[in-house]
Design a protein around this ligand. Structure first.
Ligand code: DGY
Length: 321
């Protein structure tokens, strides 16, 4: 690996990832793990050949246009890539890669965790215990819906959706899905395919968002589509916050139209609609779907594999443009 390649590393990635980057590239690190704004990203990119970034760093068209001509590649430490304007990258001759597959299991674990915690009211229960408000076992305390025999609708049956299906099957759930294209039967494993997202909503006692974010999917789960869900459904989101219209979601959680929600991602995060904080029937985590030691290392190593391939004159395995 040509050590003279200058790499801007925008976040404090796991230590083993940084050690490998330091070994193979001439790096500029972000030891304080500050979240650089657009101007800072542009300024700091000067003198570098490539950028190792995360989904928290936004590279819209105007930022890409201002990057120095020396930048030849953006390698993102994420499977999602809606923070990067791929057309602009292509137009400016900047290669882009992401880190698919390695985070499917961890993110599916988190989706299953949210299915369980939202339906079994784990947030409420934990708050009660910490407040010293538990007065003893009671026959109707903190009841929620069982998972067994319930339909789990999965929107987006890629690696994460399929890994969630495997987990949910073990809990006795019936798997339904919508995907841009129907899966082969060896991947479907008995899951019921629906011709549209709306048809999927209509049968989903539990509904999990596992699709990529795109302009067309902005606020997909709005008031109209929430109304298509069965009464008392549970919604979980480990994909992107922008897939949900928060005002509609909050209204449905307040009215009891939805039983509960489990949310790991938020529109405008790290800021999010404060009304969620007042809802007992929402279980929230801070975008930690992929947050296992092994997964975050694997993401970093994959991001570096892509850079290595590019600067060795090969096609990066996870090249997007
Ligand atoms: C991803 O990989 O897209 C995760 O959401 C972290 O950004």
């Amino acid at each position: 690996m040509p050590k003279d390649i200058k790499l801007l590393v925008t976040r404090r990635f796991p230590a083993d990832v940084l050690a490998r980057a330091r070994r193979d590239y001439t790096c500029t690190f972000n030891d304080a793990d500050d979240l650089w704004n657009s101007d800072e990203l542009i300024r700091r990119a000067k003198g570098h050949d490539a950028i190792l970034c995360s989904s928290s760093n936004k590279f819209p068209n105007d930022v890409i246009a201002e990057l120095p001509d020396t930048i030849r590649m953006l390698s993102t430490f994420s499977v999602g890539y809606e923070h990067l304007d791929l057309d602009a990258c292509k137009a400016h001759g900047i290669a882009v890669s992401n880190t698919p597959d390695v985070l499917s299991d961890a993110t599916a674990d988190m989706a299953m965790l949210l299915v369980l915690t939202a339906s079994r009211r784990a947030g409420e229960a934990e708050r009660m215990m910490r407040a010293g408000a538990w007065t003893g076992w009671a026959p109707t305390q903190l009841l929620g819906p069982s998972l067994q025999g319930k339909r789990l609708g999965i929107l987006g049956m890629g690696g994460i959706g399929r890994a969630l299906a495997a987990r949910a099957r073990a809990f006795g759930m019936e798997i339904h899905y919508y995907n841009r294209s129907r899966l082969a039967s060896e991947l479907e494993l008995g899951a019921v395919y629906h011709e549209s997202a709306e048809a999927l909503l209509a049968v989903s006692n539990f509904f999990s968002l596992n699709c990529p974010m795109s302009p067309e999917m902005h606020h997909f789960l709005n008031a109209e589509r929430i109304e298509m869900l069965p009464q008392g459904a549970v919604v979980v989101n480990t994909a992107r916050g922008g897939l949900i219209n928060d005002a509609a979601m909050i209204a449905a959680l307040q009215s009891g139209r939805l039983f509960a929600a489990g949310l790991d991602v938020f529109d405008g995060e790290p800021n999010f609609n404060p009304a969620y904080r007042d809802l007992d029937n929402v279980f929230m985590t801070p975008h930690t779907g992929s947050a296992t030691v092994e997964t975050r290392n694997a993401m970093g190593f994959k991001a570096l594999d892509n850079l290595d391939a590019f600067f060795n004159g090969e096609d990066p395995p996870d090249r997007l443009v």
